[in-house]
Design a protein around this ligand. Structure first.
Ligand code: IMP
Length: 202
């Protein structure tokens, strides 16, 4: 397994929020992070039907264009009663000609759950995959899950995306109601990072 300490790493995301979140997580480990946007890299098309496949597409692309080790993440919401949907299409469900609208995406989730005829609890999980690709072609991925259920109506104004309808297991508040610090301690992204840290920094 490869260690990351002391490397210059491209973060294959154009999302400023993710960039600073990942940068902060890596800060204690002497990793110099540079964003794909800063290097003028394009955004590759995510054509795979798995989080792992799409995270690898982004990391491979950033590595091939920069010649540096590259890290990418891909994530989304999997709902059992919907056969794993919206899954890799989590962001797409919120795309409308008028712009991004997660309120509408959450209404669609609820509508499809009612149509499915499945009883509550509507079990679901957030899933995150982090992929790292090295210039010699060595690749590694780390998965993180946060189990829970879908609730309706929406609860809470915090967070982003599907947070107001996701109740994490063992909690009485949705991700939309939880303090960000608490959410970040139990999130799928945090779980994937914990795995990465154990392997790449110890
Ligand atoms: P991506 O990983 O940036 O492609 O994001 C995928 C999509 O999954 C996001 O746009 C959200 O719709 C959803 N998603 C991923 N993580 C979270 C989360 O922590 N809360 C709410 N929605 C999320």
């Amino acid at each position: 397994m490869r260690h990351l300490s002391g490397t210059r790493l491209v973060l294959a995301t154009h999302n400023a929020g993710k960039l600073s979140e990942i940068g902060e997580l890596l800060a204690p480990f002497q990793v110099e992070c540079v964003g794909a946007g800063e290097l003028g890299l394009a955004v590759p098309e995510e054509t795979e039907d798995s989080f792992e496949g799409n995270a690898l597409i982004k990391a491979r692309y950033a590595m091939s264009k920069s010649g540096l080790p590259a890290m990418a993440d891909d994530s989304g919401l999997e709902i059992d009663a919907l056969g794993g949907k919206p899954g890799v299409h989590s962001a797409d469900w919120a795309e409308f000609s008028s712009g991004r609208d997660f309120g509408k995406a959450m209404h669609r989730v609820h509508g499809e759950l009612l149509l499915s005829g499945k009883e509550r609890p509507w079990l679901a999980r957030f899933h995150c995959v982090l992929a790292i690709v090295w210039p010699d072609g060595f690749e590694t991925t780390f998965h993180g899950l946060c189990e829970g259920q879908i609730v309706w109506p929406m609860r809470g104004l915090r967070g982003h995306g599907y947070d107001p309808i996701f109740l994490p297991a063992g909690m009485d508040k949705t991700f939309g109601e939880l303090d960000g610090v608490v959410k970040n301690r139990i999130s799928h992204r945090f779980a994937a990072f914990e795995r990465l840290k154990r392997v790449c920094f110890t």
